[in-house]
Design a binder for this molecule. Structure first.
Ligand code: NAD
Length: 337
């Protein structure tokens, strides 16, 4: 907290539509008098010794402020580049990725009562980046599951369930096939559950979860789903589809010390620079950030204005069937504050 009563937060505007949607967040926060001072940092990748890394100033800023809001980062294509998103997750040990999906009133989708919360292990699994060619035409990719990372994300999920009073945790897995790796995740889940007697716990096979959520999402409205990395990536996009797409879904990357909040979507190069992007996903991520910081009054005020604007349906962006430009939608949210 600064001497003027504001909290300094690192802002990574990102690539593609990143600067446009970040501008909406800045404008709306300023109109709502949210006590946030943005510290913009550049994360243009630097190639050092053939490896992509994030500029030191950006890392220092996040370490100093503990909290960051991040726009999408395009993954450079080519040899020697690893995903900057992965690099950020590793640098700040952002071990849990929280992805809520809630139906938006006024925006018609096949189900109007979706309310899922998914927590994804964020550091290992198939995303460990261990791949090699065995012989020509045969490639091996290693899925790494550790007791330590599993326990960390599972404990977080149970604690989260308790904190937000959503007292049912379900571990999603495929231990019938991946008996050792998912088996370990499941065994840890069974054990961690015993430390949270007030939280109901069960487990479900991933394919079963997919089938059941798209058939009827209602039974998931009171649960926190927790799962290894790749399953969380895919299942959360499926849930995003149920509520109207990537323009609407926020996320929080939680670490031991620092947390980075970001939209689930990418840099959308197909619409970048045209003022067509929907800033709602990044806005809702910034709401999760305010809640994480304990600034719930400001979070509620901005969130209500967003939901009111979407429910009115007159000034919404193209992905939701409207005609409004990014800045026109932001102005409508401001007028609803
Ligand atoms: P994408 O999410 O950028 O786009 C998929 C589709 O959704 C596109 O048609 C796009 O126009 C649309 N879309 C996405 N966000 C939108 C918004 N806010 N408003 C309206 N429409 C929106 O996925 P992609 O095209 O596969 O990836 C593009 C780049 O983003 C890649 O370089 C990828 O690596 C990167 N990426 C970054 C992140 C991140 O930073 N967390 C996540 C995913 C992808």
């Amino acid at each position: 907290k600064e001497s003027d009563g504001k909290y300094c937060v690192t802002l990574i505007e990102g690539d593609g539509i990143g600067p446009e949607i970040s501008q909406s967040v800045k404008d709306i926060f300023s109109a709502a008098n949210a006590p946030i001072k943005w510290e913009s940092v550049d994360v243009t990748p630097q190639l050092i010794d053939g490896k992509t890394s994030i500029p030191d100033a950006a890392i220092k800023s996040v370490h100093k402020n503990y909290v960051a809001l991040k726009g999408p980062l395009a993954t450079p294509i080519g040899k020697g580049h690893v995903s900057l998103n992965l690099t950020l997750r590793r640098t700040f040990n952002l071990f849990a990725n929280v992805r809520p999906c809630k139906s938006i009133q006024g925006y018609k989708t096949p189900y109007d009562n979706v309310d899922t919360v998914l927590i994804r292990e964020n550091t290992e699994g198939e995303y460990s980046g261990i791949e090699h060619v065995v012989v020509d035409g045969v490639v091996q990719s290693i899925k790494l599951i550790t007791r330590e990372a599993s326990e960390r994300v599972l404990r977080y999920a149970f604690q989260y369930a308790q904190d937000v009073n959503r007292l049912k945790v379900r571990a999603v897995h495929k231990a019938t096939i991946m008996k050792m790796s998912d088996g370990l995740f499941l065994r840890v889940a069974n054990r961690v559950a015993k430390d949270f007697p007030q939280v109901e716990y069960d487990a479900e096979l991933l394919d079963n979860t997919c089938l059941k959520i798209v058939t009827d999402p209602t039974p998931y409205n009171d649960k926190v789903l927790v799962m290894p990395n790749l399953y969380g990536d895919i299942l959360s996009d499926m849930c995003a589809g149920l509520i109207g797409g990537l323009g609407l879904t926020p996320s929080a990357n939680i670490g031991d010390e620092c947390s980075i909040f970001e939209a689930v979507h990418g840099s959308a190069p197909d619409i970048a620079g045209k003022g067509l992007a929907n800033p709602t996903a990044l806005l809702l991520s910034s709401i999760m950030m305010l809640q994480h910081m304990g600034l719930t009054e400001h979070a509620d005020k901005i969130q209500n204005a967003i939901f009111k604007t979407l429910a009115q349906g007159t000034t919404i962006t193209g992905d939701l069937g409207g005609k409004a430009k990014t800045h026109e939608y932001a102005a409508a949210v401001i007028s609803n504050l």
